[in-house]
Design a protein around this ligand. Sequence first.
Ligand code: GUN
Length: 284
Amino acid sequence: MSAQLINGKEVSQKRLQAVAEAVAQRQQNNLHTPCLAVVLVGGDPASAVYVRNKKTACQKCGIKSLSYELPESTSQEELLALVDRLNADSEVDGILIQLPLPKHLDSQAVLERISPDKDVDGFHPYNVGRLAVKMPLMRPCTPKGVMTLLEAYGIDPKGKKAVVVGASNIVGRPQALELLLARATVTICHSATENLADEVAGADILVVGVGIPNFVKGGWIKPGAVVIDVGINRLDDGSLCGDVEFETAKERAAMITPVPGGVGPMTIATLMENTLHAASLHDA
Ligand code: GUN
């Protein structure tokens, strides 16, 4: 049997539409138009594509976007000074620093400089901590987008065994916190995990974000599992593939996300939701 495909593109379009309606409603109520500042440092081509997609999503939703494209040679002090300016600018609701930053910059220090109420990526330790203590404010976009997808397909993690493969700050760790908040029994696997195949085999819900093409083999997956593949890897032939071996996995899973068209569009839709949320925090 072949798994049902989880269509992130379709779900994300509905969510973007809902954000657009909420922004229009704000305008009718004479509330300010949400505004996202997008910062790109250097010329990484993949980052340039992501940033362009984020700005396009803003346009679709009626969110104002401000674009800052800085040269590779930007210093830590210059970048921190820009964050300070954006923090102080009352027009700006959200600040997004596209990662990865060039190697000479200290990403963590930059992320920690963003005001937590403008941290639409949810990467500031304040926001990660709030998620950890069951009081989320700004939630990291990819993990929250995954939860939105599960909900859209009627999958309630409560009481289920959820396994997260990858323990990054952007995906794995906050994903585990989201699944725990939704009352799953959560296991986090990482590069020091022994017997990864056995851990994966226990998962009712499997979320994989490691950035290695076809890392999780289809044969490891529990029959009937829900498989969420966060990976987007470009192969030498130019095609995209996920972190899960899709062709074999779909013969065992009940539901699976494709790559592309699964989690990717949800990250951007969630960024728009977070920007709308930030705007509402700034209404007072
Ligand atoms: N690079 C890869 N994923 C992300 C993300 O979710 N946000 C930002 N800012 N950069 C990223």
